[in-house]
Design a binder for this molecule. Structure first.
Ligand SMILES: [Zn+2]
Length: 57
């Protein structure tokens, strides 16, 4: 069964990591505009994914 939410969560994670790897501004503490948007998108999907995992137990 395809797990769309998990795929989107992993994709957002990969995009953010790729950006951070190539961006000279983004660190653990500071994010540029584009990095901030990528991180927020990743954080929302991670929240939704983890919440759903907890509800399944
Ligand atoms: Zn950046």
């Amino acid at each position: 069964m395809a797990d769309d939410l998990y795929v989107r969560y992993q994709t957002a994670d990969a995009k953010y990591r790729a950006h951070r790897g190539s961006c000279t501004t983004c660190t653990d503490a500071v994010r540029c505009g584009a990095g901030g948007r990528l991180y927020e998108s990743f954080a929302r999907l991670q929240d939704a994914y983890l919440t759903r995992q907890q509800q399944r137990r």
